[in-house]
Design a protein around this ligand. Sequence first.
Ligand code: A3P
Length: 312
Amino acid sequence: MEEIFENLPQHTCNWTKGRLIMYKYQGIWNLKGLHEGSILAQQNFKAQPTDVLLCSYPKTGTTWLKALSFAITTRAKYDGSTSPLLTTFPHECIPFLERDLDQIENNHKNSCFPLVGTHIPYTCLPKSVSASNCKIVYIYRDAKDVLVSYYNFVRGIYKVPEEDAPFKEAFDEFCEGVSSYGSYWDHILGYWRARQERPGRVLFLKYEDMKRDATRDMKRLAEFIGYPFSVAEESAGVIKNIIKLCSFENLSKLEVNKSGSYNPEDATKIETRTYFRKGKVGDWENYFTHEMKQKIDSLMDEKLSDTGLITH
Ligand code: A3P
């Protein structure tokens, strides 16, 4: 591992007071520990056809998707008053490919739990993912809100006050693709191409659509991952209860999500509350100038022009 990193392009993010250092490997900028996790996953992960990968670019709604998927798949065992989500940080409910290979292998051995979370771009996923033809759920979000969320998340982790972290610098880096897990548009494009190549095996969800009407996407998600809601369940309010359990308002006030900590890679310990900021659509308006909005919207439109996907 050390040899790999010795010769890689390196970038220090000044707006983090030099605390965030990224390396470019396989065309992707990322933190060293997350690259290491991705490399180990590429070498060791043996996807099973029954796996369901929950894939996302950081800050697009991963925590929400994990909570919903966990609640859907475990609803025969738990209800809103007994769910582990009440006492466990959602990211700890789903093994993370870049960190939890042993746990995933155990789940495979016991055929007990199909979900695996990852931020790895599609093109860098272990080969076994396409070979196994396992299912993928991909969540995406308006790039402007992704950047604002990332900016505040990173400042929160490294304890850099807003006045010491020029947003414009974070913006420029994001537009250059210098961001954890590489450029956002390439991340989306990779999964979009996978959806073209493997119809019926890749489900796209949009954060803003889910905020507007979670019921519709909950049904699509449950059906896709093989746990469809019955008519009786829908009438009994099971869908509504899961949406309520996993809502930002509910999760963010739980003790475990207010004062716990989480290790996405060995070297980092992150306070769980950092993952619950505002949970709103459109907070970018408090950070972007008109020019910045124009630039990022055009950039995303241009990069995603073949896909028909619009992120804003
Ligand atoms: P904001 O920073 O805009 O508030 P990720 O989970 O991919 O790290 O993304 C984090 C973003 O999702 C944060 O956005 C966070 O507040 C929001 N979020 C976390 N839990 C959520 C939930 N249950 N419902 C909606 N948004 C949620």
